[in-house]
Design a protein around this ligand. Sequence first.
Ligand code: URA
Length: 187
Amino acid sequence: MLDWTQLEALCRSCNRCGLCQTRHNVVFGVGPRDADIMLVGEGPGQQEDLQGEPFVGPAGRLLDDMLSIIDLSRENCYIANVVKCRPPQNRDPLEIEQEACIGYLRNQYALIRPKIVVCLGRIAATRLIRSDYRITREHGQWVEKRGVWMTAIYHPSALLRDLSKRPETFRDLLSIRQKIQETGARF
Ligand code: URA
């Protein structure tokens, strides 16, 4: 396991997959490095690629609103993605790209040692919870892995496209709020 300085330097100069050829910035992650709550998306979009920060585009604005519903904000969560470089046209990251990149996320997770992990969308859930995770059926459910509580909610981009998913997501947010209380996670 690398320390933060080593990890960030390695990640910022990464050329382990083809996404390095089209990126403007590596989107490493933001937030307190001792956060109890970690949020994981799939990969940077256009704005994230240009600004070098996760969830700063339209989906990110919705994410901020969702967090504020349960008194969270990006100041008290660590936010990262499965892949750190933008997939062209915002396509899903390929398996080979996820494989090349996942080690950075695992190292971040090991350094942060969060109490709660919230996967934003299917890609993060299949990587972190279970490879056959079904977001439509299983969102909002909790699993405990080695003392860490994990759940997944719909990706904010999906919620921008499909308003009908929002009521379920509201319930999922409340269950995150409850898990924070149960675990005494700091926020
Ligand atoms: N979508 C993601 O999954 N991650 C981001 O950082 C932005 C949009």
